[in-house]
Unconditional design. Structure first.
Lengths: 292, 431
């Protein structure tokens, strides 16, 4: 085989440079800054700055509000991931077998993907508002005293609902293409072997979708960790009782609204660690069980 | 070639000539109608002289404006003037050398200035411990009570409540007539900070934070405990309802005639007048007779204009002129009339009176009257760091009280505990 090689050994570096520059400027540099600021106490305007070792971490960790934020973030992410994955898969499986108006169904189901989280949040505000919200009235007519403005549980339900709804279409698209990637021959063979559609799904289709599911699991978790910011900021803003604050939203509140740079940097570093641990765990334990 | 050089020289001279007018940038948080009034005032100033040009820039809400100012200052691109709200005052004043105090500015650039020209509630809030003004008060408001006159008539009530005891007595009649008695916006402001002021209670140590960095809050006290337990009890009885932390949601309940009374800002008056489809009136913030014989003065709310340090002499001269222009009686009266914010100088207040404005719109005077009550020991204001976060803590704890999760005493002592931590952090950072 002919070996293709650049004449100068510097050219490859040139090609890698743009990507590396982006990573350095937008990922490594800010993370390094956050790491630095997490060890100092500095006033908002940057006039005086003092190294305080781990005080910012101590102040963060020994704070009950931080725990409720951690618990909310994890429960919220788990629920959003669960709902959007399962509904997305269900819809993809069903539309894959549709014969008439296939394209129409698919297009309509993909639509919410195009809605920005902040817009989804504004829509939710209207739907769940006390003075003119259709869903608010509906839930209350069922006998549930639904009031997301003062009941934290109701607010959390609302957020899980909207965040999942928004993510379903993403999962739908990926599952659909995953389903279409399954060879027809396998499907036909399974059809001969087994009559039960449910059994066929769990023994043949689902395992074959595992790589897609795994990929979506990670993206859905990062989505609910970070991308739901816009949704929260336009709906509950962390209320009521501060029980709808994801870790990312708390960082914003403390750092940008409260001008506490050290504290919010410490929280950022902790969040970074969380995400790192989750991702390592997923790759280490889950990926092993997946066959591409 | 020569002609080209000549052209560039001429071009250069022309640009130099153009920049003879000094630009003064002013970042503010006044959206909607308020923003229009701000622009109008800046345009009038620009038209009145040719040396300076004020460029107002809307930067979003109060918090957004402050964040933008912080980021700009750190990047050495600070505007000349920035509007900072009451809860953020300590942050900008505490950072040494960020602000050029207006008292000093006026002194140096020959603007005649006497703090006593300002009405008492305004004078102290943005001043240092010796009474020298650091920020120039701009949009000032204070919490007042709005009441639905039609609802009162239906329930057979003649006068609005003066005290909370009065309120409690009339709430059942209102309930019978189909109204929830009360809603309030920004509870931290209407039913905590100004509750303390109205009852002449100390809010924090170190003279409410004016004499140094305060590290202790005094929100947990018999009067506050009593009041917040009452709010919880009234919630259960249907005399009071909390419509969430959003300002507008609580105001909406008043608009929709769900509630008969609403605690809002004196600055809300103009908007209400336009939108309400019923007769309403304005009255003083109620107080508990049980705790004070006569309600004291309330704090000023709203925001002040701060001047950034590190600008040129010429710019400062222009800034001083512009601030003087803004506080002139004529402009203050204009501002007061078009927005509902209170006039901040005695002269402007006098002008409004002489013009017969309060004869035409008596409700517009309540805010300024309440602010002009004699100054007492604990009614001057507060200067507390990390106060944006402290308000966050307060909101959460107040919701705990109203939901019945905690008693007022528990929740308020938690406010103090968490608040003290935040205050200490601030003292440690800014010392």
């Amino acid at each position: 085989m002919k070996k293709v090689q650049f004449k100068s050994k510097y050219i490859p570096y040139l090609f890698v440079f743009p990507q590396m520059a982006i990573i350095l400027i937008f990922f490594i540099w800010p993370s390094a800054m956050a790491f630095y600021y997490s060890f100092v106490l500095e006033d908002a305007f940057g006039i005086s700055s003092r190294f305080v070792w781990f005080q910012n971490y101590q102040d963060t960790i020994f704070n009950n509000d931080y725990y409720s934020s951690i618990i909310f973030t994890f429960v919220f992410s788990a629920l959003v991931t669960l709902f959007s994955l399962s509904v997305g898969l269900l819809l993809a499986y069903k539309t894959n077998n549709i014969i008439k108006a296939k394209g129409l169904y698919r297009t309509l189901l993909m639509w919410p993907y195009a809605i920005a989280p902040a817009i989804a949040g504004l829509m939710a505000t209207f739907f769940f508002s006390e003075s003119h919200g259709a869903l608010y009235d509906f839930l209350n007519s069922l006998g549930w005293k639904f009031d997301p403005k003062s009941d934290p549980f109701d607010a959390q339900v609302m957020l899980v609902f909207v965040a999942s709804w928004k993510q379903i279409s993403v999962d739908f698209i990926f599952f659909l293409s995953g389903l279409q990637g399954i060879p027809k021959s396998i499907m036909e063979a399974s059809l001969i072997d087994c009559k039960s559609a449910v059994k066929r799904f769990w023994t043949i289709v689902f395992p074959l979708l595992a790589p897609t599911t795994f990929f979506l699991l990670i993206t859905n978790i990062t989505y609910s960790f970070f991308d739901t910011f816009g949704l929260i900021d336009t709906t509950t803003r962390g209320t009521p009782m501060g029980e709808t604050r994801t870790l990312a939203y708390k960082i914003y509140q403390d750092g940008f609204l409260g001008a506490d740079i050290g504290g919010s940097s410490a929280q950022s570093v902790i969040l970074l660690l969380f995400v790192l641990i989750i991702t390592i765990f997923q790759f280490k334990y889950l990926e092993k069980r997946i066959h591409y | 070639m020569r002609s080209k050089i000549l052209f560039f020289v001429a071009f250069f001279m022309a640009t130099v000539n153009l920049s003879a007018t000094t630009n003064i940038t002013w970042w503010h948080a006044m959206g909607g109608r308020l923003g229009e009034v701000v622009n109008e005032m800046a345009n009038n100033f620009n038209a009145s002289q040719s040396e300076y040009k004020v460029i107002p820039v809307y930067k979003g809400g109060y918090e957004d404006t402050m964040t933008a100012g912080i980021a700009a200052f750190r990047a050495h691109k600070a505007p000349d003037i920035i509007q900072i709200f009451d809860a953020g005052a300590a942050t900008i004043i505490g950072a040494k050398g960020v602000v050029y105090p207006v008292a000093k500015l006026f002194d140096k650039y020959g603007v005649k200035f006497n703090p006593n020209d300002y009405i008492s509630g305004v004078r102290n809030f943005y001043a240092d411990s010796s009474g020298r003004m650091i920020g120039s008060p701009f949009n000032s408001s204070t919490p007042v009570m709005y009441y639905n006159k039609d609802a009162f008539k239906k329930a057979g009530i003649k006068n609005p409540p003066k005290t909370w005891e009065d309120f409690e007595a009339m709430a059942p009649a209102l309930k019978k007539a189909g109204y929830i008695g009360l809603a309030q916006s920004l509870s931290t402001w209407t039913s905590a900070e100004n509750f303390m002021s109205r009852h002449n209670l100390q809010m924090a140590d170190k003279d409410n934070g004016f004499a140094g960095f305060a590290t202790k809050l005094y929100y947990e006290n018999p009067a506050m405990d009593y009041h917040w337990d009452k709010l919880r009890a009234w919630t259960l009885k249907g005399y009071f309802k909390y419509f969430g932390r959003g300002w507008a949601d609580n105001q909406q309940a008043f608009y929709d005639q769900k509630v008969a009374m609403w605690l809002g800002s004196s600055g809300s008056f103009g908007g209400l007048k336009k939108g309400a489809k019923f007769n309403f009136g304005t009255t003083y913030l109620p107080f508990w007779k049980k705790f004070i014989k006569k309600g004291a003065q309330t704090f000023i709310g709203g925001a002040a204009l701060f001047v950034f340090s590190g600008k040129s002499d010429k710019e400062y001269k222009g800034i001083a002129k512009f601030l003087q222009y803004l506080t002139s009686p004529k402009n203050q009266y204009f501002w007061h009339k078009s927005t509902g914010y209170v006039p901040i100088t005695k002269a402007a207040y006098k002008l409004a009176k002489e013009d017969g404005y309060y004869k035409r719109v008596p409700d517009a005077e309540i805010g300024i009257k309440q602010l002009s009550l004699p100054t007492q020991k604990w009614t001057k204001g507060y200067r507390l760091g990390n106060y944006v976060q402290i308000r966050e803590v307060m909101t959460v704890e107040f919701e705990n009280i109203l939901n019945g999760k905690k008693t007022a005493k528990q929740a308020l002592s938690d406010v103090d505990k968490k608040g003290d931590k935040l205050l200490k952090r601030f003292a440690q950072t800014y010392r």
